[in-house]
Each structure stands twice: as C-alpha cells, then as structure tokens.
Design a protein around this ligand. Structure first.
Ligand code: MG
Length: 261
C-alpha cells in the first residue's frame, strides 16, 4: 500500500469534524433534548378565588379562633385579640401576637381592614404590621407596614406596603378605610453562617390587592424605628402581627394562610 499518511489523517479529521457538526445540528433540531420531565411539580388545588387557601396551605386564621397564635408578651398565654364575626381585631392592650409555628421561606396571604371611622394622621392612623419573621419580643423582626395610606401622607418608607424604613412601595394600592385589602407575600428568610455572619440576605415580594408593590427586594437587615438596619443571626421564626400603640381605632385581619416553600 502506498497511501499518503497526511492525506489519511486529513480524511480522518474531516470525517470527525463532519460527524460533530452533524450531531450538533441534529441536537439543534431535536426538541426532546430540552424537555425536562422531573421533578414533577405537586398537584395543588387552588381555592375558588385567589384569596381562598390552596389545598396545601397552613391556615393560620379561618375565622373561628386564634389556636395558631400566641401572645408575644407571654407565650404561655393564648393570644387575646378579639375574634368575632369571622375576623380578628387588634387588642392594643394585649400586645403583639405571633404564630406558634416557625417558618423559613413561604408564601403568605393575609387580609386587613382599616376601620371606616378611623381617626388620627401619619403613623398614628391604623398602624399595625406584619412581621415576616419575628426575631424577639416587641417589634423585633422584619415589618411589612400596615397603615391607612389611602389619603394620609407620612414618610414614604413608612407608608402601607413599605418594608418599614427600608423599601418604599412601588405603588400606593390602598383602598379606602372600611374596605378589605390583601397582602400576598413571598418571603425568603436570610441565612447565616455558623459564626453568625450573613450568608444570604432576606428577600421579599409583595402584592397589595393584586398590585406589585415590592419586587424581590433584598433587605439590609431587621426593620428598625431608629438607626440603620443590620442583621442578627436567627433561624426559622414565627410570623407576628403588631399591636401598635397609636390612639386610633384598632384594625382587623382575616383569611390568613401560609405555604412553606
Ligand atoms: Mg406598624
């Protein structure tokens, strides 16, 4: 045989190149290669409306009792807020209440109503709050503000829908006093390293009455009345509702459910 070795090598390389090109082009034409079949998302039956709890939700208040809640001041005592006609009304003398269960990441639905006859102004007009993670007594944690902001100017990073003193809501979606409103929240808890340093910050997305008001906002730490926010290490935490000390008429909550993620 008198075959030129260079020619043979060239033919070999060329055929390899041709094969590779052909395979790549076949891959580009094959839709199956980008179809993913697992894990299969679990089937969850939605409620009749977007406010009804879906089948896998933990119902935190169904209109009947506060069995899922406890007093923050004294966790051996039941929450003292008033339950009547299917709603909870804040008991300002009873202090904050929190869930008995702790959560990390979750989806939360909660409805609230400022009384029609509300008085006061600024921060002293229907002030309450949803602490997305309660990290201690009092107001320690991360507060999603509840306030009458229908026609009630205050500092904008403290109006309804703000992450208190950190994030101004993207819109004022408030309904007028006397009407029910909703928050739908996606909360990702912060994570901490063993030495207590921050591993990843908390993020939050909030819809108020179906309107996006916080868009995957990254928190700088716990929400503080005075001073700049900072993180303190914690794990899974209860959700807390605020009994604010302002003199205005107490607000109400109903239809509260959570889906741990
Ligand atoms: Mg508040």
């Amino acid at each position: 045989m008198n075959q030129n070795p260079c020619r043979s090598k060239f033919l070999c390389l060329a055929s390899l190149f041709f094969l590779a090109a052909n395979t790549a082009s076949a891959q580009q034409r094959d839709p199956k290669l980008t179809e993913v079949y697992s894990p299969v998302p679990p089937v969850v039956t939605s409620g009749k409306t977007n406010s009804d709890p879906p089948s896998d939700a933990i119902v935190l208040f169904d209109g009947k009792n506060l069995d899922q809640w406890e007093s923050v001041n004294d966790s051996t005592k039941p929450a003292t807020w008033k339950v009547a006609d299917g709603i909870i009304t804040v008991d300002k003398t009873g202090g904050n209440i929190r869930t008995k269960q702790s959560f990390l990441d979750y989806q939360l639905h909660i409805e609230w109503r400022i009384p029609e006859n509300i008085t006061g102004s600024g921060q002293a007009r229907g002030n309450s709050g949803v602490f997305l993670a309660s990290t201690g007594a009092g107001d320690e944690g991360y507060e999603l503000q509840v306030l009458d902001s229908y026609n009630n100017p205050t500092y904008v990073n403290g109006q309804a829908g703000s992450i208190y003193k950190q994030a101004i809501p993207l819109a004022n979606a408030c309904r007028k006093p006397g009407e029910w409103q909703s928050y739908d929240v996606i909360w990702k808890a912060p994570r901490f390293n063993e030495d207590g340093s921050l591993k990843s910050p908390a993020t939050v997305t909030v819809l108020q009455n179906g309107v996006l008001i916080q868009d995957h906002y990254e928190l700088s730490g716990q929400t503080l009345y005075i001073g700049k926010p900072f993180y303190k290490a914690h794990g899974a935490s209860p959700i807390k509702l605020q009994a604010h000390g302002d003199k205005s008429e107490p607000i109400s909550y109903k239809n509260i459910w959570v889906r741990p993620l």
